[in-house]
Design a protein around this ligand. Structure first.
Ligand SMILES: Nc1ncnc2c1ncn2[C@@H]1O[C@H](COP(=O)(O)OP(=O)(O)O)[C@@H](O)[C@H]1O
Ligand SMILES: [Mg+2]
Length: 315
């Protein structure tokens, strides 16, 4: 789809930034409309604090269908629509995050797979999302499906993504936020995401068995903390697919809050048809239906995340 790519390598000799002009693409009507709607609906959101240092947030939960991808793309778009530079790394071979951000991910396009192999840089693989000019995505193609096995024999197999994110090339995008969308497993791809990040965001679906498997995820995070990435921590719990009509949703939410306390965002994402329809149009709900409850809730959640990060800096 219409996503723009970085040139593979800077063409002139001075600063790596100089060969890029992030404003050289057309500012599409859809972006404009989304930004206008965001301003009208959320005047308080005009200014979101820019984090003091880059925040790298892994969105993980080994259960499928809990809202990892949906939360990744909508939070990323929410921050980007307010002027922050945001990079999404799609680490799921399904490529759903790439789809929702309007970024091509058929087999053969430069993707996170080649990045993990060390063949290309993050900037080589990143494509600009159709959703915002400040939003970039490193797509996942089906080639990534084999990588869980291929990675096993590689040097520093758990730190391939971390190395790629540490490289100078990332400064061509200069993201304030990097979100990593994990596959529904605790394999090497998710481990790479946990090693590369400072923070983990866990989406929890307000449904039966919501907390099942969470213990295993937390133990894995602790293992990564103690052996590979001491600065990793669970910074954010996001309740998703909340259905106010059911008692169950309230029970799950109360249980999660009693267990995770303030790590749980005050904002809860409602179950919303608009949210589930948006990816079918290569969009986030923020552009698909800016005024919808789903869109508002993701904008609120994005603001909470930005403001909490800013509080922590000064604390
Ligand atoms: N708040 C929501 N309301 C309605 N449907 C949702 C909501 N969040 C996610 N979905 C839908 O649920 C399915 C699973 O969500 P997804 O984000 O892909 O989960 P995961 O990445 O954890 O597998 C998708 O079809 C998505 O569109
Ligand atoms: Mg997903």
């Amino acid at each position: 789809m219409g996503a723009m790519r970085f040139p593979a390598t800077p063409t002139d000799g001075d600063s790596p930034m100089s060969s890029f002009d992030k404003d050289d693409i057309g500012w599409t009507p859809i972006m404009e409309e989304a930004q206008r709607a965001t301003r009208v609906l959320h005047p308080e959101m005009l200014e979101l604090p820019r984090p003091a240092r880059r925040r790298i947030i892994t969105v993980a939960n080994q259960k499928g269908g809990v809202g990892k991808t949906t939360s990744t793309v909508n939070l990323a778009a929410g921050l980007a629509l307010h002027g922050l530079n945001v990079l999404v790394i799609d680490l799921d071979p399904q490529g759903n995050a790439s789809t929702a951000l309007g970024v091509e991910h058929r087999s053969g396009v430069p993707s996170v797979y080649e990045v993990l192999l060390g063949e290309i840089s993050i900037a080589d693989a990143a494509a600009r999302s159709t959703q915002s000019k400040n939003l970039w995505c490193v797509p996942a193609t089906i080639d990534l499906a084999g990588s869980e096995i291929e990675l096993v024999t590689m040097v520093a197999r758990e730190a391939r993504l971390k190395e790629a994110l540490n490289s100078e090339a990332v400064e061509q995008i200069a993201p304030d936020y990097i979100f990593i969308d994990c596959p529904p497993s605790l394999g090497l791809l998710t481990v790479n995401a946990l090693v590369a990040a400072q923070e983990v965001l866990i989406p929890i679906q307000c449904e039966y068995y919501a907390l099942e498997g969470l213990g295993q995820l937390l133990r894995n995070i602790e293992l990564v903390q103690s052996h590979l990435n001491p600065s990793l921590w669970v910074s954010t719990i996001l309740l998703t697919m909340y259905d106010a009509r059911t008692k169950l949703a309230d029970q799950v939410s109360a249980e999660v809050r009693s267990h995770f306390g303030d790590l749980t965002l005050r904002t809860v994402i409602p179950r919303s048809v608009k949210i589930s329809e948006a990816p079918g149009f290569g969009q986030t709900v923020l552009t698909y239906d800016p005024g919808s409850r789903g869109s508002m809730s993701y904008l609120d959640a994005a603001r909470e995340i930005a403001e909490r990060g800013a509080e922590r800096k000064t604390a």
